[in-house]
Ligand binder design. Structure first.
Ligand code: ARG
Length: 459
């Protein structure tokens, strides 16, 4: 018999059970359900709604139930959801006293509480995984400051940059991801418990007390909003989607760069995969799967947005469908962060090949323009002149470095012998000292700042 059997004259049809029951999925929340229940009964006792002895008994029984769940002694099959399963177990063990636990509470506020406790814990784990990732990015950046990479725009040779400048781009992306996640945490960390089904309760509860016991920073202000709200999951999945987009772009570069067409990097055997038919193959499956799983996380975000958009206030059972996408996204982003961090550490950078490619494609064209600008030529005119030089080189099969000074001067009288060293590859990377640029000092400053962010953010 179900806990609500009073109003019903028939048992639930097995098909309806099969269709509506969610314990197989939401049992993952058992620990948080029990933590919330313990705080709830302690609050009920403090407010004189249940006796202290009852509260003590319920608390110890709930703890015992948790141990038994962890020992695999409690069967969730055939239970409607995690909340009902635990309440039923408590009533089985404590009889009438157990029947008091759901006083001034509904599953509508209870499920929101469980989810918030779960997300809160996961946010802390994810923040530390992002930190680990950022540390590796800094480490590899520092070790490769002098390695020159052909920077691309439109996947065409653009300007040479330091490999560190490239890698640190991801540091800052992840930094923003962390900021988004911390911001999301602020709203996750507001306690929904005690709004009951939709209206609040006439019993003299103390919601602030429960919130304090559970270490929340405050309580929600409107009972209808509280049981209708899944913003905190949508915000989390929004963070997750954006972060996965970042990881996916890095993965894409790893896929491209490890291909023989680029040959910029080599993935260690232990982090690569082979082919079942082509013996020569070495594939970047780890990066491909991170890229692939990104779609799944976007799917989770879209799925919940669509689930919520047409729901009348307040709680609707549709909202039960929030859990699988949430749980799956949390697991996917954690493993993606972990595996990508390790993958980065297991990549060999082929500096020679990068340099060879960086030398191609008139990499110093913009530097030639800036050379003329420094001599007083207007930017547009300098741009035109260098464009003509490039076109001349293509025609004659020449490069900037094998043009004679006279040839340069045929295009502009401002060219002087010092032009030679201005078109040196390393020089072109190291002299971009504007803030945020790939220049030597600029890059050093950036690394210092990145390290400072990592040290101070967790205070
Ligand atoms: N299993 C439900 C869910 O996840 C719990 C809340 C159910 N509330 C209700 N009134 N049926 O959303």
């Amino acid at each position: 018999m179900s806990l609500w059997a009073g109003r019903f004259k028939e048992e639930m049809h097995p098909l309806v059970k099969e269709f509506t029951y969610s314990a197989a999925i939401d049992k993952k929340l058992y620990k948080f359900d029990i933590e919330g229940s313990i705080a709830h009964v302690q609050m009920l006792a403090k407010c004189g709604i249940i006796a202290n002895e009852d509260s003590e008994r319920l608390v110890s029984s709930l703890k015992k139930i948790q141990e038994d769940i962890e020992k695999g002694k409690i069967d969730f099959s055939g239970k409607e959801d995690v909340h009902m399963a635990i309440e039923e177990e408590l009533i089985k063990r404590e009889g009438k006293i157990g029947e008091k636990i759901h006083t001034a509470r509904s599953r509508n506020d209870q499920v929101a509480l469980d989810e918030k406790l779960y997300i809160r814990e996961e946010i802390n784990k994810i923040l530390s995984l992002i930190d680990d990732f950022q540390k590796v990015l800094i480490k590899i950046s520092e070790a490769n400051k002098d390695v020159v990479l052909p920077g691309y725009t439109h996947l065409q040779y653009a300007q040479p940059i330091s490999v560190a400048q490239y890698l640190l781009a991801y540091f800052w992306m992840l930094q923003r991801d962390k900021e988004r996640l911390k911001d999301c945490y602020k709203r996750v960390n507001i306690c929904p418990l005690g709004v009951a089904a939709i209206a609040g309760t006439s019993l003299p509860i103390d919601r602030e007390y429960t919130a304090k016991l559970l270490d929340f920073s405050g309580i929600t202000e409107n009972s209808v909003d509280t049981v209708s709200d899944r913003d905190y999951i949508i915000e989390f999945l929004n963070f997750a989607s954006i972060m996965m987009m970042h990881l996916s772009r890095l993965s894409e570069d790893i896929v491209l760069w490890s291909s023989p067409c680029f040959n910029f990097i080599e993935i260690r055997d232990s982090f690569a995969t082979g082919s079942s038919i082509m013996p020569q193959k070495k594939n970047p499956d780890v990066a491909e799967l991170v890229r692939g799983k990104t779609g799944k996380v976007y799917g989770a975000l879209i799925s919940l947005l669509v689930t919520m958009k047409g729901l009348p206030l307040s709680y609707n059972r549709d909202m039960q469908e929030d859990k699988l996408p949430l749980f799956q996204s949390v697991e996917e982003i954690k493993i993606c962060l972990r595996v990508l961090t390790k993958l980065l550490e297991n990549i060999k950078i082929n500096a020679e090949k990068m340099r060879k490619e960086a030398e191609k494609g008139f990499f110093a064209a913009t530097d030639l323009v800036e050379y003329l600008v420094k001599k007083g030529v207007t930017f547009r005119s300098a741009h035109r002149t260098v464009g003509q030089i490039v076109s001349y080189c293509i025609e004659k099969g020449k490069t900037f470095s094998n043009l004679t000074l006279q040839e340069y001067r045929n295009f502009s009288p401002f060219f002087e012998p010092d032009i030679r060293k201005k078109i040196n590859l390393d020089f072109c990377v190291k002299n971009k000292e504007s803030k945020g640029g790939t220049g030597t000092k600029s890059l050093e400053y950036q690394i210092k700042l990145a390290k400072k962010y990592l040290e101070t953010q967790n205070e």
